[in-house]
Design a protein around this ligand. Structure first.
Ligand SMILES: [Zn+2]
Length: 185
């Protein structure tokens, strides 16, 4: 819609390129500011581009993800301590393994060898990560980002489930060695 008396600035190739590149990634307000055009002008142009066959929409894919300062991964499972759940679980696992190593050191060498040999066998099974999403040319930026975001969230949940299983296995192993260590003293 153009106001009476205002001259409509023609859309340049660069304007269109910017719009196609950033619609769905950058908030609508920022797009309007960058292009120095009104909301309705931008909406109208998006409709035109859509009619021309471009996959475009102004809706932006939001995410509750926060980048974890420890691992640098975007996470939706941030703890009160400011770290993501996979990081917290990894720390928990490392603590158990540290304790296990200390207990192993207390065992007589021949017994220690038995536990060190069976370590590989007790490794827990891992759930595979979901396959990465297939991005196609006919998807809008919103659709692409939503697919990627949902995939990252699903991967994080799998990672946590795997770590929980590993922790459980490590805990059991620690307890077994603890028992042995007590018997041998
Ligand atoms: Zn982390």
């Amino acid at each position: 819609m153009t106001r009476k008396g205002t001259k409509q600035t023609p859309w340049t190739t660069a304007d269109d390129r910017y719009l196609l590149e950033n619609a769905g990634k950058v908030p609508r307000r920022e797009i309007c500011l960058h292009l120095k055009r009104s909301r309705s002008a931008v909406y109208a142009r998006v409709r035109d581009l859509k009619r021309q066959g471009h996959a475009i929409e102004l809706r932006v894919c939001t995410s509750a993800e926060v980048v974890c300062p420890a691992c640098g991964n975007p996470s939706t499972l941030m703890g009160k301590d400011g770290f993501c759940e996979p990081c917290r679980r990894r720390a928990q696992l490392a603590k158990i393994e540290e304790r296990t190593a200390a207990l192993l050191a207390q065992l007589p060498p021949e017994q220690r060898a038995i536990y060190e040999d069976t370590e590989a066998e007790t490794e827990s099974s891992r759930e595979p990560y979901p396959p990465s999403p297939t991005i196609t040319a006919c998807m809008t930026n919103y659709q692409r980002q939503k697919l990627r975001r949902d995939w990252r969230m699903a991967c994080e949940r799998v990672e946590v489930a795997n770590l929980k299983r590993e922790i459980k296995a490590a805990q059991k192993r620690k307890e077994r060695i603890e028992k042995k260590a007590k018997q041998s003293t």
